[in-house]
Design a protein around this ligand. Structure first.
Ligand code: NAD
Length: 480
């Protein structure tokens, strides 16, 4: 059992001033995994005060970049030592297949810490600029107190995507993880405290909407770094507007995978499925609208349906499992509800959609079978709204022009992919897709390239130098 009765406020373990606790259940079985105290608004106030004091004291903001790098590298070393335990913990609270926890959910946070440690050390903070008559120094300073608010689908990696660059830049951080996955994230507190992060610089306060809304509205918070739904992102942006707080928003997606008429399905499908079903389909970048040339529709629907039927659904702790449960009962019901919606809109459920035949020990789990909806029109709700589960919608098109038009006919603009035997054709299509990220033929993004979206998928970018600058303010000093 993982019991977390205390919050990490200003570098110390303290009792919550509220009474709420999150009981975490294994999504695959419903078995109790552990619990965490949830923060009340009063705890948030304490965390922000600690962050403010530490920032204003300069204990971290004015530390040499080399020192900040050293602490982050040491924290990465400490997390690395706990990698197997952390992967099990993530799978236990999120229901993500263990192979993916081991391949992504644990190594990525370690990589984030190391990447931004090196950037902190090597970044050119000062630049002299002259117009011939006058000279200024353009300098980059930490933005201040950061509120980092994260969702449940990356229990450790979303927190480090924000915390690593923010700390590397010299900010103080109040991290607010969600009540669904409040356990593994405390490894970050353990590691950074042991690595020598000064007290006050980091707080971790899992909490629900009330605590979270209180945090983002806090006048002492200079910057909000949010990952979550577009609906919540809009509210947060409005709250930030009141005091012109800086915001980075990483929001929802409804990404299109454009399969061109020359694509080799045997090559496409094994790569496309993991990109569509990542974290059991609960990924913002999931490629869930599959755009297919009309004359190949039947062939592609058959091949996709066969491949989906071949995905092993079951206990995420089992290495053979490809699809585990949804994170919660609410999420399971939401996804199942969308399958019903798709049917009523006229989509055809080719595979999935029914209850799964699972062993008795998984009877209490929140499973949804991998589901393929065919005959989908892009105007349908199942094509426009984020389902956040293992449900793919096949949409037919005539010609590349229409494929691009359908891909862009979305309020979201996060990710996408183009699948073609001709690389230059795929690249030309990728350039016309209005999203922050596009993959050609399933290639992963290089580490260090920006992550984020157009349109209602967000504002700003994480990763890369872009994700570091998001925690800096620019100042011009006229020197001569
Ligand atoms: P959510 O928006 O309900 O909650 C996300 C976080 O925000 C939680 O910590 C929650 O407590 C908090 N929150 C919710 N409403 C708030 C408000 N009004 N003010 C302040 N805080 C608030 O999202 P979720 O269901 O937990 O996560 C799924 C969503 O996250 C999906 O839409 C998904 O696409 C998105 N997501 C985006 C990315 C990305 O990088 N673009 C990555 C992962 C998930």
């Amino acid at each position: 059992m993982n019991e977390r009765p205390e919050l990490f406020v200003g570098g110390r373990w303290v009792s919550s001033k509220g009474t709420e606790r999150a009981a975490v259940r294994n999504p695959a079985t419903g078995a109790y995994v552990g619990s965490a105290a949830l923060a009340s608004p009063a705890d948030v106030d304490d965390a922000v005060a600690a962050a403010r004091d530490s920032f204003d004291s300069g204990v971290w903001a004015d530390a040499a970049p080399e020192r900040r790098a050293e602490v982050l590298h040491k924290a990465a070393d400490l997390l690395e030592k706990r990698a197997p335990e952390l992967a099990r913990s993530i799978t236990g609270e999120l229901g993500c297949p263990i192979w993916f926890s081991e391949a992504a959910h644990v190594p990525n946070p370690i990589r984030h810490l190391r990447y931004y440690a090196d950037m902190a050390r090597d970044f050119p903070y000062d630049e002299r600029r002259t117009d011939g008559a006058n000279t200024s120094v353009v300098t980059q300073e930490p933005v201040g107190v950061v509120a980092a608010v994260t969702p449940w689908n990356g229990p450790l990696s979303t927190p480090t995507l924000k915390t690593a660059p923010a700390l590397a830049a010299g900010c103080s951080v109040v991290l607010k993880p969600p009540p669904e996955t409040p356990l593994t994230v405390y490894a970050l507190a353990d590691a950074l405290a042991e690595a020598g992060l000064p007290e006050g610089v980091l707080s971790i306060v899992p909490g629900g909407r009330e605590a979270s809304a209180h945090l983002v509205a806090h006048p002492e918070v200079d910057k909000i770094a949010f990952t979550g739904s577009s609906a919540a992102g809009k509210k947060i942006m409005a709250v930030a507007a009141d005091r012109i707080a800086r915001v980075t928003l990483e929001l929802g997606g409804k990404s299109a995978a454009i399969i061109c008429d020359d694509a080799d399905l045997d090559a496409v499908i094994p790569k496309l499925l993991p990109m569509a079903l990542m974290v059991n389909g609960q990924a913002c970048i999931a490629q869930t609208r599959v755009l297919v040339p009309r004359h190949r529709e039947a062939e592609i629907v058959d091949a996709l349906a066969d491949a989906l039927r071949g995905q092993k659904v079951g206990d995420p702790a089992d290495r053979e499992t490809r699809i585990g449960p949804m994170v919660s009962e609410r999420q399971r019901d939401r996804v199942a509800g969308y399958v019903t919606t798709g049917r009523s809109e006229g989509a055809r459920v080719v595979t999935g959609g029914e209850r799964l035949d699972l062993p008795p020990e998984l009877a209490g789990g929140w499973f949804v079978p991998p589901t393929l909806l065919a005959g989908v029109d892009n105007a349908m709700r199942v094509a426009q709204e984020e389902i956040f589960g293992p449900v793919l919608a096949v949409i037919a098109y005539e010609g590349d022009e229409e494929a691009v038009r359908i891909a862009n006919d979305s309020r979201y603009g996060l990710s996408g992919s183009v699948w073609s035997a001709a690389e230059d054709r795929a690249l030309a299509i990728a350039r016309r897709i209005r999203t922050g990220m596009v993959s050609l033929n399933g290639r992963p993004q290089a580490f260090g390239t920006p992550f984020g979206g157009y349109k209602e998928s967000g504002v700003g970018r994480e990763m890369g130098p872009e994700g570091f600058r998001a925690y800096l303010e620019t100042k011009s000093i006229a020197t001569g």
